[in-house]
Design a protein around this ligand. Structure first.
Ligand code: AMP
Length: 283
């Protein structure tokens, strides 16, 4: 695997490969890689000539400094996993490389997409996400971009950004990779204690129940039951459980009104913030 820390070096290499007609799949990450990330890498490798993975813990998307400081960093293990999966190019820039003093990035209008859920609980988070993804895409100029459904709202926002830019980059949404217990894989899971790890799968269980319940119950009833289930677990501190239109992320009251319905939740467990979601209905 080739490792680039400097934009100029990376761009010379990618430029040469593109001139040879090679397609580039790109997976941006914040490192602390796990098997969930690897499902994105595998898909990108399968569908492209070359895979570029970036590892960059983006300071502008952390609304709490402590969260940025505590974010796990496991670069040696990341390099091993990427080498084993067959990644050809790792981009590992410094903050000063991504954010030089004179950098200007466009403002985007995401309408409702960045307002609810993560947008409401993490002010400024999606501005930071859009900024870094814009910057990384401008550097890498991939054929296709691979992002996980795990961050459903992020995925919707980046899709909107690509539309606003009239970009030719294809955005591929990758399914949520879960452990055998149902817990969505996340870099933050490594901060969970053994006891917390045993409790955490209840988030997935609640989402599954919500999906089942939506067959016979109203949106309000499904949401109330899910919130009650999560609140029943003393170790959980709920940020939100929302049922929204999967395209606009507007809150919905009638299930007949949407072809695509998604439930999204964020829960604190032992000081670790976990997010998860599930598509409840798609026509
Ligand atoms: P992160 O390093 O957390 O920024 O994640 C990098 C990419 O991996 C994002 O597009 C995430 O949505 C995706 N990702 C993280 N966890 C999972 C998972 N459990 N399943 C699928 N994709 C994931």
């Amino acid at each position: 695997m080739l490792l680039f820390k400097r934009i100029a070096d990376l761009q010379i290499y990618i430029g040469t490969q593109k001139k040879l007609g090679k397609t580039i799949g790109f997976v941006p990450t914040m490192g602390a890689l796990h098997n969930g990330h690897m499902t994105l890498m595998e898909k990108a490798i399968e569908e492209n000539d070359l895979l570029v993975c970036s590892i960059f813990v983006n300071p502008t998307q952390f609304n709490e400094k402590e969260d940025l400081v505590k974010y796990p960093r496991t670069i040696d293990n990341d390099v091993t996993m990427l080498t084993e999966v067959g990644c050809q190019i790792l981009f590992l820039p410094e903050v000063s490389e991504i954010y030089p003093k004179d950098l200007v990035t466009p403002d985007f209008d995401f309408g409702n997409l960045d307002k609810p859920m993560e947008g409401a609980f993490r002010p400024g988070h999606f501005d930071g996400v859009a900024q870094v993804v814009y910057r990384l895409l401008d550097i890498v100029k991939p054929t296709s971009l691979y992002m996980g459904q795990k961050d459903y709202q992020q995925w919707a926002i980046i899709q909107s950004m690509l539309e606003q830019l009239n970009s030719e980059i294809e955005l591929v949404r990758c399914e949520i990779a879960r452990g055998e217990d149902g817990l969505a894989m996340s870099s933050r899971n490594m901060r969970l204690t053994k006891e917390a790890k045993a409790i955490a799968p209840n988030i997935h269980k609640t989402l599954l129940e919500a999906k089942e319940n939506l067959v016979n119950l109203s949106i309000q009833e499904v949401k109330a039951k899910a919130i009650a289930s999560l609140n029943e677990i003393p170790a959980f501190e709920l940020d939100y459980f929302e049922i929204a239109d999967g395209n606009t992320l507007e809150t919905i009251t009638k299930k007949e009104d949407s072809k695509l319905i998604v439930a999204c939740t964020a829960v604190f467990l032992a000081n670790v913030r976990l997010i998860d979601n599930m598509i409840l209905k798609s026509e």
